[in-house]
Design a protein around this ligand. Structure first.
Ligand SMILES: *Cc1c(COP(=O)(O)O)cnc(C)c1O
Ligand code: SF4
Length: 441
């Protein structure tokens, strides 16, 4: 049977077989070997702390190897010197240079990893559903309508973003307490929680799983129709890191067929696609992948964080949103980088984030203004930086919740003192001399 959302016959893409390079095999990347020795040494050192993984597609088709040091995709994938503090970097680099035994280098890397905050927004304690006092692993239920499900086989990615807040999981500092291998646990939860309308499969990257395994998680929803689920979403970066997943991989058609079935069963299917830079939308394979997804009737909704050194440029966002619309995808969120890992290296101050968003937003058609941001996924909720303004002689940030732990907080405007260095909600103080923000009461 040919998948209905097929239309692949109209798209002429040569197949490619997947190959991943990891920390252990980083040296075997031909383009990498040719880099200047300082870049080489830095990456060798930092990749002992931060995870590295890249697909051959990223290496061959996304990175511009003529000028890697300035290349946004190179910086997105390859660990950078500035991601460690100067002291940590020097300490580890000198041990690497001295040829210390592997065990010593590992221990030093571990020490540095432990210092970085791998758990933003109270994820390990809050939001984890309980059933009869028992914690249910592999699920997160923070906002009333949406349950996040972390299938155990989907907790890695085809390539790793240097800014990822899940890095601790990829290097094994975290156990996979967060993952669940039992599709029935999800069904039971949905039956008991009629307020849930959306299931969001996330990771890592859930679409790294084989189509057969994805089906094992999804089919029970289609058959049992638990609770009041209306939408099935996948949070993924596959269209950016391995678009052949949707095109020529041997189980690509099976996945498209499953997507057809989700839609035929009357569910809204959303592929929440992470695109960091316009470059990721420019290859033939990426374009074909998005077109094919859209042709199933799925909504491709695009989101990414704003990252210093990688995409802190309004023209990048403008082009990205325009390209997304032209491919039939929907710009959805611009996030502010979370307070975790090598935060100093990547963060953009809130005031600057607001300027970048506004400059890009004001240059695109209304069809691209479906995007919301810049938004912080903070402990109390998703907080939108909605304006920079002056009231009563005081310069302020206007903020509001677009998602909140307590639904009553949503869409209520509140104010913080303007602070040009603030990069996160925790850095802000309430305006008008108030002691606390309303949600802290
Ligand atoms: C962003 C997010 C969601 C989804 O929110 P939408 O605004 O519906 O896309 C769900 N759960 C958590 C924990 C989130 O951070
Ligand atoms: S694709 Fe997502 S989960 Fe994977 S490394 Fe990038 S940000 Fe992290």
């Amino acid at each position: 049977m040919q998948a209905k959302g097929g239309r692949l016959s109209k798209i002429n893409i040569k197949s490619k077989s997947y190959k991943a390079f990891t920390t252990r095999t980083i040296e075997t990347i031909p383009q990498f070997a040719a880099l200047p020795s300082e870049i080489h040494d830095a990456i060798e050192t930092v990749s002992r702390v931060m995870p590295f993984r890249a697909s051959n597609y990223v290496i061959d088709e996304l990175i511009d190897w003529d000028r890697p040091a300035e290349d946004p995709i190179f910086r997105l994938i390859f660990p950078q010197k500035g991601m460690l503090s100067p002291e940590d970097y020097d300490s580890l680099a000198s041990k690497v240079r001295a040829g210390e035994p592997e065990a010593v280098l590992k221990e030093e890397a571990r020490r540095i990893q432990q210092k970085m905050n791998p758990h933003p927004a109270g994820q390990m304690e809050l939001n984890v559903p309980k059933c009869g006092g028992e914690t249910i692993n592999g699920m997160q239920h923070k906002y009333r309508e949406t349950v996040l499900f972390f299938p155990s086989q989907g907790q890695v990615c085809h390539a790793y973003c240097t800014y990822c807040f899940r890095w601790a999981q990829f290097v094994g500092v975290d156990d996979l307490r967060f993952a669940c291998g039992d599709p029935q646990a999800l069904i039971t939860y949905l039956k008991n929680h009629p307020e849930v309308t959306d299931v969001l499969f996330t990771g890592g990257d859930p679409l790294i799983m084989s189509s057969r395994i994805i089906r094992r998680y999804v089919e029970p929803i289609l058959k049992e129709r638990p609770g009041n689920v209306r939408s099935i979403r996948f949070g993924t970066k596959v269209a950016a890191y391995w678009p052949y997943r949707f095109l020529t991989d041997k189980d690509a058609d099976d996945l498209i067929r499953l997507f057809d079935e989700i839609i035929d069963a009357g569910y809204h299917l959303a592929i929440m696609s992470h695109f960091t830079h316009n470059r990721e939308l420019e290859t033939d394979a990426a374009k074909a992948a998005i077109r094919r997804l859209v042709s199933t009737g799925a909504n491709v909704r695009c989101q990414a964080p704003l990252i210093h050194h990688i995409n802190d440029d309004p023209q990048v966002w403008r082009t990205m949103w325009e390209t997304q619309v032209s491919l039939g995808a929907v710009p959805y969120y611009m996030f502010i980088e979370r307070d975790t890992g090598p935060k100093e290296y990547f963060s953009v101050p809130l005031g600057r984030a607001y300027e970048i968003f506004t400059e890009a937003y004001s240059q695109v058609s209304g069809l691209a203004r479906t995007v919301r941001g810049p938004s912080m996924s903070a402990t109390p909720g998703k907080v939108l930086v909605d304006g920079v303004t002056e009231l009563g002689g005081e310069k302020l940030f206007a903020l509001k919740f677009i998602q909140a732990r307590d639904p009553k907080w949503v869409n209520r405007l509140f104010f913080a003192k303007y602070d040009e260095n603030a990069t996160w909600l925790d850095d802000l103080t309430p305006a008008f001399g108030e002691k606390k923000f309303f949600f802290e009461a």
